[in-house]
Write a protein that binds this ligand. Structure first.
Ligand code: HEM
Length: 510
């Protein structure tokens, strides 16, 4: 599994690098796959409502009403029909990329199992939505879909097993068609909304909407595609005839050729086996978890910054329980914590200047890597430095390959996430003799822990608490965001940063 994941991750990073060059990090569609899927669902919803105005939900009128939209009203209803189809296809693409990406980036195991596990059934609902949609057109493709679905359902042992027979006998009734329409228009969408709500319920501050240029760009692309290649129907369904040529939508209807090829039993086996494999994937093998963050109430002022910054909603603010004058205190929910340490970076008590003698305790920190460890390791790393290049690099564990810096003689201190660093620690490093500080981690827009590099940037710009001290020499701090493929760019950045520092007056030579 590890080999597959690593190979996939390598490919994903390489493709994303190309997209970063074309779109720039903030607009890279790979960093917005979840929100793009939501957006495509919106297009599907709006276009679907419009199409429904003209659609007749009965066997006799369905085909003609769709033809009317496609031919007579091609400029709006037809366009909406095409948008409805292509946005649904686009959603399937983004869902699979999203799933593949989370897998390759190893963001589906451990605490994150929940998002993965609840994502899997959404695949079934989305595919069933697509299938029922094709059914409603009631053309030859719909007939093929209906009869092959009947074969699949008839195969299930507990059911009476007469569905195909009914179709072939022409016994399909309006009632059955209405049931399909109900599933497509109401039952499945409601199920999908509920599942998606569950899917994202353990993640905080979700971007439900992609950045505007990406949203407009996608809409324009789908509209152009709809105008160039409008969605059309096959000839009307005729149960006494077999379809000869079918234009399948491979995104939604791929199960049907499989049924033709291997029979319904095997098709069920493959579909349910794949689903089962996907469901248990987070435990193949499970992720080795580190101890979660803990609240140290005596150092917590209840300011709530950790709760605002936590990417997984693992921290909530509760009424004070220790009788101190503060109104609130932080409370940890272990089952949601990914041990990223971002909360330590958010906590004002992590300030290394706060306690000069004795152990520094943050209001919230991981027992294995807290504010004191950050301070002590910073001191140790700095004392081991010699020469002019007194630079300390705080590196996040999830992106770059820091071995490229070995030749430079800089100090490297690894942290689970760049967001774990309180800005005061960077100031501390400078005060304790570093000529410069580099904070380096995942590509911008693609933090392994969702918000680490975003919070670092905001804190250094003074837009998010805790801020850098007013007197800190900001020019002696730099950031670098990148993936493994950008490791050599990191080397170049650190080298040129060192050269800049050397040119500066007051460079603290050892
Ligand atoms: C049906 C459509 C889906 C939509 C609209 C959707 C949407 C989202 C969104 C918006 C997020 C939050 C991303 C972020 O802000 O970092 C997310 C997270 C996630 N999704 Fe989906 N998702 C879908 C299907 C799936 C499927 C099929 C899977 C896998 C089986 C999946 C796996 C995950 C995982 C593992 C995360 C958590 C990532 C993390 O913890 O950083 N999703 N999804």
């Amino acid at each position: 599994m590890k080999i597959i994941r690593h190979a996939g991750n390598w490919a994903v990073l390489a493709i994303e690098q190309v997209f970063n060059k074309i779109f720039g990090n903030p607009l890279n569609p790979f960093y917005h796959l979840g929100s793009l899927t939501f957006y495509f669902f919106w297009i599907v919803l709006v276009s679907g409502i419009y199409v429904f105005i003209f659609f007749e939900t009965n066997l006799a009128g369905a085909y003609a009403s769709v033809e009317y939209m496609t031919v007579q009203q091609w400029w709006l209803a037809g366009l909406m029909r095409s948008l409805h189809r292509y946005a649904s296809d686009a959603a399937i693409i983004t869902i699979f990329l999203h799933m593949f990406r989370e897998f390759c980036r190893d963001r589906y195991r451990g605490v994150r199992w929940f998002s993965w596990f609840t994502g899997v059934p959404t695949l079934w609902i989305v595919v069933m939505l697509g299938i029922s949609g094709y059914w409603l057109v009631w053309d030859m493709l719909a007939q093929y879909v209906a009869i092959t679905t009947a074969e699949l359902i008839d195969w299930i042992p507990m059911l009476p097993g007469s569905m195909v027979f009914n179709f072939l006998e022409g016994n399909i009734t309006d009632r059955f068609f209405t049931l399909m329409a109900f599933l497509h228009l109401l039952g499945l969408p409601v199920g999908l909304v509920f599942l998606l709500w569950t899917h994202v319920s353990r993640i905080s501050q979700i971007d439900f909407y992609p950045p505007r240029p990406l949203a407009w760009g996608s809409l324009v692309a789908l509209t152009i595609l709809s105008l160039l290649k409008p969605a059309i129907s096959h000839s009307p369904a005729q149960l006494n005839q077999s379809p000869t040529v079918l234009h399948l939508d491979w995104f939604y209807l791929n199960i049907y050729p499989l049924v033709d090829l291997v029979g319904p039993g095997w098709a069920w086996g493959i579909a349910s086996g794949t689903t089962l494999l996907l469901l248990i994937l987070p435990w193949l093998p499970p992720r080795g978890e580190k101890p979660r963050a803990e609240v140290n109430l005596e150092h917590c002022s209840g300011c709530g910054q950790c709760a605002q910054d936590c990417p997984y909603g693992a921290i909530t603010m509760q009424r004070r329980s220790d009788g101190r004058t503060f109104e609130f205190e932080s409370r940890m929910e272990d089952s949601l914590c990914t041990s990223c340490g971002i909360c330590t970076g958010s906590c004002a008590s992590s300030n290394p200047f706060r306690v000069s003698k004795g152990v520094l305790k943050s209001g919230i920190e991981m027992p294995w890597y807290g504010a004191e460890e950050l301070r002590t390791r910073t001191r140790e790393k700095l004392s081991a430095l010699s020469g002019a290049a007194r630079i300390i690099v705080y590196g996040c564990e999830n992106g770059l390959d820091f071995r490229v810096l070995d030749t430079l003689g800089v100090a490297i201190l690894m942290v689970p996430c760049s967001g774990m660093l309180p800005p005061s620690l960077l100031d501390f490093a400078l005060k304790k003799g570093a000529a410069g500080v580099v904070v380096a981690g995942c590509r911008e827009g693609d933090c392994f822990h969702r918000f680490g590099n975003r919070w670092v940037n905001a804190r250094l710009r003074g837009e998010r608490k805790p801020h850098l001290f007013a007197g800190t020499e900001r020019e002696r701090i730099t950031v670098f965001w990148g993936g493994k493929a950008e490791s050599h760019e990191l080397l170049e950045r650190v080298r040129s940063f060192r050269d800049e520092l050397e040119k500066r007056e007051g460079f603290p030579h050892a």
